[in-house]
Design a binder for this molecule. Structure first.
Ligand SMILES: C[S@@+](CC[C@H](N)C(=O)[O-])C[C@H]1O[C@@H](n2cnc3c(N)ncnc32)[C@H](O)[C@@H]1O
Length: 322
């Protein structure tokens, strides 16, 4: 699932979205977007939450936040964790938690932090100290309720009543599973028409490190999650072999898998060469490999990737049929 784009797009196409990710953060980000609350309910709930409560704060996070902002963030974190453990966290709270999680760090005044990297790749405390020194910046005061309200309005601005009806019919039937995709017993065999997935690439992205701050906010111990991170192509391939057996089980006959992987190690490893043998061993027929030339984005610029030398320059979608 990652941050859930695939499930949201599925819902908009009136498909019932089912997803899986080993990191519980994924369901926290994805579920609320399948069940968006009404704007008035969001405003009302925000007004009710008491951010003046005295709770434990983590002073080391002052490299990102003004002391008063950090106090508000800690009070909000405590509110969500209390409601979660009491089993009273409803769809409105879940929405607010998703928006707050995505506002923790960023590069503009719309985020809770001083200038930093985008929220899906929080930097370490030491790196943030360096960014602050280089830019000669101190974290400014932010009104976190106002920022959550503004972002919620923005996210829901194009959501009309027809979209809500579509969502009720499809998205609300969807489920976000937390666990390894090599075994998802909650999804019945021969039940799925289409799988769209972008598995962890070899050693390109550090999913646990990139998400450490978002995991902290949600009380998740990211070190305790067995996020797949392979160094050797053969180990990656072995894990994907298990995944293909599971995908074969859940797919309907003639069901399709779109399996998206990048080209890595300066193009020396073509991931489809690793995928096709294990996919066919699980019983799949290869329909085609789509190759997209990579368009460099703001995020790739943040990584210093603006040429054909580093990182992923093409991505490939291996289309398979059961
Ligand atoms: C390339 S990302 C997916 C990105 C997603 N398509 C998106 O648009 O946000 C790979 C995801 O695989 C997850 N992951 C790692 N090991 C896993 C496992 N064993 N089972 C399921 N998900 C896993 C990571 O937590 C990460 O979110």
């Amino acid at each position: 699932m990652g941050r859930g784009t695939t499930l949201i797009e599925a819902a908009l196409l009136q498909r019932v979205p089912l997803g899986c990710d080993i990191n519980p953060l994924s369901a926290i980000l994805c579920n609320p977007r399948l069940r968006p609350p009404h704007r008035d309910d969001i405003q009302r709930r925000l007004a009710e939450i008491d951010l003046t409560k005295d709770v434990e704060t983590w002073d080391e996070l002052l490299v990102f936040y003004h002391p008063e902002t950090l106090r508000q963030i800690s009070a909000l974190r405590d509110y969500f964790l209390q409601k979660q453990s009491a089993g009273t966290l409803d769809d409105v709270d879940a929405w607010l938690r998703m928006v707050a999680t995505n506002r923790l760090t960023g590069h503009s005044g719309g985020f809770f932090s001083v200038y930093s990297l985008p929220p899906n790749q929080a930097v370490s405390l030491v790196s943030q100290q360096r960014i602050n020194a280089k830019r000669n910046q101190v974290p400014p005061l932010r009104d976190i309720k106002a920022l959550i309200a503004r972002k919620s309005r923005n996210l829901l601005s194009e959501m009309g009543e027809i979209d809500r009806m579509i969502y009720k019919k499809t998205a609300a039937l969807g489920t976000c599973h937390t666990g390894s995709c090599s075994s998802v017993p909650a999804i019945a065999e021969n039940s799925v028409a289409l799988v769209v997935t972008s598995p962890p690439f070899l050693d390109i992205v550090q999913y646990d490190q990139d998400n450490w701050l978002r995991c902290w906010f949600n009380g998740i111990d990211s070190k305790a999650i067995n996020i797949w991170q392979w160094r050797k192509p053969q180990d990656w391939q072995k894990a994907m072999a298990d995944v293909f057996f599971e995908l074969f089980r859940i797919l309907k006959p003639n069901g399709i898998v779109a399996f998206e992987v990048g080209e890595i190690r300066k193009g020396n490893i073509k991931m489809e060469d690793l995928v096709i043998p294990v996919a066919t061993a699980a019983g799949f027929h290869v329909e085609c490999v789509m190759i997209n030339a990579q368009v460099f984005t703001k995020t790739s610029n943040c990584w210093g990737i603006d040429n054909d030398i580093k990182g992923t320059n093409t991505n490939r979608i291996i289309v398979l049929r059961k």
